[in-house]
Design a binder for this molecule. Structure first.
Ligand code: P1T
Length: 379
């Protein structure tokens, strides 16, 4: 099956009881048993739910994986990934990454004896230098949040394999329409399904996809044992959202390219961070591993003043100032105070994240309207 067909059909079948074409919302916490242990495969809804089963199968298929598991948020998925590790294990992570991921690494898992190294993953030498006998996992986010840097998935996973190190790719910004990290050698894909997979800014959810049966069993165990599962209603909503993933991503990409092109020519703008621009430092890697470039970008103004950046964000009308990304509507955000506020300022500056940086999640509205909005706001 090709991608568009998979979004609509993979893992999806008419409801066995009624023939309902759309997967029903099995809004139940428990299931009747004929005799203790004698049941239809469902015992308790933290452990199994038919609506969730269908979504998990669908997401696994989209990522070309065998096993998929959904969680109550992207961070709940990250939490379970980290619980595959044990004290003294070490993780190498991108230094430009979602602030909440940085926070759970440093403020939650360091306490349990896991050590984190944050490096610029566009430079393989930095990864090699951070590796040692305790390195267990490499955490790749590509494109990175918010600087939209591109990490060469194939190169990093190849390096990891030489040392028996596992690799995870947070595929939230790209989605499987744009890149399928498991095909490029990654062991796991994680998602904030809150974003493009759902696509309508009305659900919080996460997912893990893998081809490793043993790890899949452990993830399934942790999903039930730790219990951060999504609701059946949210699973229904993401299933509905995913059916248009290919259409939405193509539209985000079309608009993204035009907005990035417009911003890159604007006399008041200093740097535009968008992998589709030829000027992007990893444009060639992006072309190699991504089918399209998507709708996420960031930029800085020549004034490099926090005040001017704030005025621009206040003036924008169609780009709503809000956390999150990946919905059909355009959003703008100020990473330093919003999504990345939990990263200490000196760490942010070291990774290249300026206080004045503005991030855009370009939606699927008419691009002329979006550009007109940016024009009136930037002036
Ligand atoms: O918000 P949640 O569903 O828990 O997902 C966390 C997460 C994980 N990975 C990436 C790359 C993310 O961007 C996020 C969440 N990000 C935002 C809320 C944001 O505005 O960047």
């Amino acid at each position: 099956m090709k991608f568009a067909t998979k979004t609509i059909h993979a893992g999806i079948h008419p409801d066995p009881l009624t023939g309902a074409v759309m997967t029903p919302i099995y809004q139940t916490s428990t299931y009747a048993q004929e005799s203790p242990g004698k049941h239809k495969g469902y015992e308790y809804a933290r452990t199994q739910n038919p609506t969730r089963d269908v979504l998990q199968a669908n997401l696994a298929a989209l990522e070309n994986g065998k096993f998929g598991y959904c969680f109550a948020s992207g961070l709940a998925a990250t939490d379970v990934m980290m619980k595959l590790l044990k004290p003294h294990d070490e993780v190498i992570s991108t230094n430009d990454l979602y602030g909440g991921t940085y926070r759970i690494f440093r403020r939650v898992f360091e306490k349990y004896g896991i050590k984190f190294h944050f490096v610029d993953m566009t430079d393989l030498k930095q990864i090699e230098a951070a590796m040692n006998a305790n390195t267990r996992l490499i955490w790749i986010e590509t494109p990175t949040n918010p600087l939209v840097r591109i990490v060469d998935i194939q190169a990093v996973t190849a390096l990891a394999k030489t040392k028996n190190v596992l690799t995870v790719v947070d595929n939230t910004f790209a989605t499987p329409y744009c890149q399928t990290p498991l095909d490029l050698g990654a062991d796991f894909v994680v998602h904030s399904a809150t974003k493009y997979l759902n696509g309508h800014s009305d659900v919080i959810m996460g997912a893990i996809i893998t081809n490793h049966e043993e790890y899949a069993q452990e993830i399934k165990f942790l999903q039930n044992a730790c219990g951060a599962v999504p609701s059946p209603h949210d699973c229904f909503l993401v299933l509905r959202g995913v059916k248009t993933l290919h259409l939405r991503m193509a539209a985000h990409d079309q608009n993204g390219r035009k907005v990035a092109e417009y911003l890159s020519k604007h006399p008041k703008i200093d740097t535009v961070y968008y992998p589709g621009l030829v000027s992007h430092p990893q444009h060639e890697i992006a072309k190699k591993q991504m089918r399209i470039f998507g709708g996420m970008m960031s930029f800085t103004l020549k004034t490099d003043s926090l005040e001017t950046s704030f005025r621009v964000m206040e003036k924008l009308q169609l780009f709503t100032l809000a956390e999150s990304l990946g919905g059909v509507e355009s959003l703008c955000g100020h990473p330093a105070s919003m999504t990345h506020g939990s990263i200490p300022r000196e760490e942010r500056l070291k990774s290249g994240l300026k206080d004045s940086l503005i991030r855009l999640s370009v939606g699927v509205e008419d691009v002329e309207d979006l550009i007109a909005d940016l024009e009136q706001a930037i002036g």
